[in-house]
Design a binder for this molecule. Sequence first.
Ligand code: SF4
Length: 671
Amino acid sequence: MRRRVYFNEFNVLLDGTAYLPLVSGLLRAFAATQPDLVDAYAFMPFLFHRDRPEPILAQYEQPAVAAFSTSMWNEQLNLHVAREVKRRWPACLIVFGGPQVPHHPEAYFAAHPFIDVAVRGEGEEAFAEVLRAEAAGWDFGAIAGVAWRDPATGACVRNVAERSQSRDLDLYPSPYLEGLFDDLMDRTDGMRFQAIIETNRGCPFPCTFCFWGQGGLSRKYRYHGIERVAREIEWCARHRIAYVFNADSNFGMHKRDLEIAQILVETKRRWGYPEKFRTCFGKNTDDKIYEIATLLHAHELEKGITLARQSNDEGVLRNIRRQNIKLETYENLQRRFNAGDVPVYTELILGLPGETYATWTAGIDALLTSGLKNQLFVYLAQVFPNTELADPEHQARFGVRTTRIALTEIHGAERPAELLPEYEDVITATASMPEAEWRRMAVFSWVTMVMHSLKLGFFLMSYLHDRLGVRYVDFLDHLASGAFPPDTGGILRAELAVFDAQCDRLLAGHGRGHVLPSFGTIYWDEEEASFLRISERLDAFFDELLTITRAYLTGRRVAFDDAELAEVVAYQRMRIPGAVLPPAVERRFTCNLPEYFATRFQPDAAPLLRTPQILTVRPRDYAGDRPRYARETILWGRKSGTMLVETEWRDAAGDGDDRAAGASPDAAQLS
Ligand code: SF4
């Protein structure tokens, strides 16, 4: 009788949707090419559904081998299931692999005495050899790239040899094309799937916070053939996979990536799927990326183009070994994408070594001043095993201090209380950023995302900067201080208090995500939760914002036109969607504010003139359906640049009669 092998790969659950277990599929597909392994082993159905341990364990029956693909989001569940498998079936070989398993696993083995083998790096060939050694009597000593427990002493023995890697990735069969996921597609329990593909492996950059930066998947690129990539994309389309994530490190760096983008477009045209393709774009290349991203955008395949900047400070970039990634490339791309109305979002990481309050806020100011019109995402710096940032010497050099917090996957389904908690380690202090500074930087970042990225002050700040010379950083700093006139600013002040309490909770180990029951059962980021709460009181919020702004300008002796400022805030208000329709959808402005804002980031930006214009907004009617409003505005709209209310404007005669009418470019995306 063939002996049973179980693959465990528990992925994040997103609103009834899970990723197909790609790693398990790759291991199984390669093992299935080896006739001796096919004779010896039966590969059991994938265990992928994140659940309580008992229902998972109930699917085991006399296991010979249990393999666990271990990432930050499933490590505790894997450890629990593995411990219990070993207790119930002591002869079962427990194999761990994946980014969360230390490459020097001596302490990991001591802490988890049920683990028999740990594989580092790529797993296909190593896992096949582990199976072969298991069948032959548990001698794993000759397998490069693994550590194993000596059955006699219980000690961890590490084979230091590294595995040579073939340039041809197609040696590893595709689990999609081998039909290994077909039975999952036939499920009738309502579970939907997303797919991960990879067109190559490798990354030439050495970023300190990334496992690939340590050569985890090799510095040299290795490729899947284009034909295989095309067939996998078609497989996704035939199986109506709406969302495909591309695991390449730098899509757009290779000539053939344009061809892959064209295949995606053609496949979507033919099948209607995949609807969205998410990828990490390359660095230091702008023409190819521009061409690919605009093509994907034109066919509504992308969900916003990511420009992963991480820090805007040269010193910090040196510390994280990204000094070779040119900031001018980002700036060129941003300018070109703005001109083409392609939504861009920029990512920064808060808390990297060398960052200070001054470098951080100056960096954000430079980004906003340079015309970032879609999104700025600020993430907390996470520390992952097997990265330079996790190395104790590196941490000592930069004074890195981390806090272990509960993992609450943003936009993932709320974790039921009976699920085992998972954790992430985030940086909350460094030598250049004491904890109190971290908190100030976190508050500043939160205010920036609420006001700029979630658009609650986007037009107002743009006007203040352009017309009155107010620096973004100064106004945001003021909002973050909460120092408003005593009789106003209550809504923003209350949100600041919530965020301050959230900083305390984070430092005490609580997770980042917030569930707001009236807006659905998924986790929202802090700034998104603030936006949703404020969205219930938009008129009051903008009344307060006007008062705060007046007081700010007056206090700094900045001359301003009060009526014009009030109109700017009124315009700002009309562009923000709510769960219920606003009372008014049309307004007459005494100057051409609609046109001014519509063209603000275009090369042919219109000056602000005393030309009356009429703005008509076309808000979507959510009829008070808050979960739908939150999903469409934030979940879908934030990155893809469609969260703002669409508008039309026309010139109006001075006496109120219309002079000219027409669609406005403002109806295009501007978020
Ligand atoms: S962060 Fe991106 S560019 Fe840097 S090493 Fe990792 S995959 Fe490569």
